[in-house]
Write a protein that binds this ligand. Structure first.
Ligand SMILES: [Zn+2]
Length: 331
């Protein structure tokens, strides 16, 4: 009995220590628990293990589990054999985030999977839950901050980053409110903001302004789908300000364009601000895999052919992801 109590006390102390410390040390939450960010290794920073994108928001959490596992697990095992250690899963709640399935897939494949908190404001807002319109930014931030401190949906799984999104055109009131809530969440948790902004330069500048207003540094923010911007000057300028530039549409047939773009960042001494990924999908609404293996198969060899050193490649695929996503409050 005595040892049981002692053990219980240890557990409580340990948990307390963990809660106080896990936002400040070098750890990041995967779906299997916290790991030291150094263990992330080679990371794909914008993929979808699965999603129900395209389906109505209210059916988002259902998958044909046996088909899903049969399709995704061998694919992730293959990626692991190609040297990929970690995947940042960008499927948010309401378009297909399923913590239990991500856990099973990570278990079966041996790949670290990092999930997110936040809501997806693109796709004409169809995946934003109704209640988000009624809440203030601070109240929304509380929902996401609670996921960080207490775990997601009653599980012991914690989010490793915040995922948000803008539609194209003039940023809408709700998209802006979600980003404001995201910035508050960052200020409390240190979680990085990965914001689907794409070619919407106006939304990118708005993000920068909102960060400034809250005293949060631009390096708390990843400009997701920045590859869709045609003018590299804008991306280089934003990288110089400290923002992370996510070039995340790598495919087998476009690696040459990526090599040219990455060479430009290298020339401007800004390679340390770039993330590369595929925006692939292992189970897109039950369909065939949208591939996310072109980086190991095609981009890395092409970079080597163009004179990129191994340490520059490691910077892109190991160091930058670790630095971009390691939770720390950037004020
Ligand atoms: Zn995506």
């Amino acid at each position: 009995m005595k040892s049981k109590i002692a053990y219980g006390g240890f557990l409580i102390l340990n948990t307390l220590f963990f809660c106080v410390s896990h936002a400040q040390n070098d750890s990041i939450a995967t779906v299997k628990g916290f790991i030291n960010a150094k263990s992330l290794g080679v990371s794909l920073t914008h993929e979808h293990v699965m999603s129900n994108f395209g389906k109505p928001s209210d059916s988002t959490s259902f998958y044909d589990e046996s088909r899903l596992m049969k399709q995704v697990v061998p694919y992730l095992k293959g990626l692991k054999e190609m040297g990929i250690h970690s995947i940042f899963d960008c499927t948010t709640a309401y378009f297909g985030r399923r913590i239990d399935l991500l856990e099973k897939i990570s278990d079966a494949s041996g790949v670290h999977i990092i999930t997110n908190t936040g809501f997806y404001g693109s796709a004409n807002d169809r995946y934003i839950p109704k209640f988000a319109y009624q809440l203030s930014p601070a109240e929304l931030a509380e929902t996401w901050t609670n996921e960080f401190f207490d775990g997601i949906e009653g599980t012991s799984v914690h989010p490793g980053f915040i995922k948000l999104a803008f539609d194209s055109g003039e940023p809408s009131e709700i998209d802006q409110k979600l980003v404001e809530a995201g910035i508050i969440t960052h200020s409390k948790t240190g979680l990085t903001l990965a914001i689907h902004t794409g070619e919407n330069i106006q939304a990118a500048y708005l993000t920068l302004k909102l960060l400034n207003e809250k005293g949060v540094l631009p390096n708390a923010w990843i400009w997701v789908h920045a590859n869709k911007v045609t003018d590299d000057k804008i991306l280089l300028e934003m990288a110089k300000k400290g923002a992370w530039i996510s070039l995340d549409g790598v495919k087998a047939d476009n690696v040459e364009g990526y090599v040219q773009r990455l060479s430009k960042f290298k020339k401007h001494d800004l390679l340390h601000k770039v993330l590369v990924s595929h925006d692939g999908n292992g189970f897109p609404a039950g369909g065939a895999i949208r591939q996310f293996d072109a980086i190991p198969l095609h981009l890395i060899p092409a970079l080597k052919n163009s004179g990129f050193t191994q340490s520059e490649i490691d910077q892109l695929l190991i160091d930058n992801p670790r630095k971009a996503f390691m939770p720390s409050i950037k004020k």
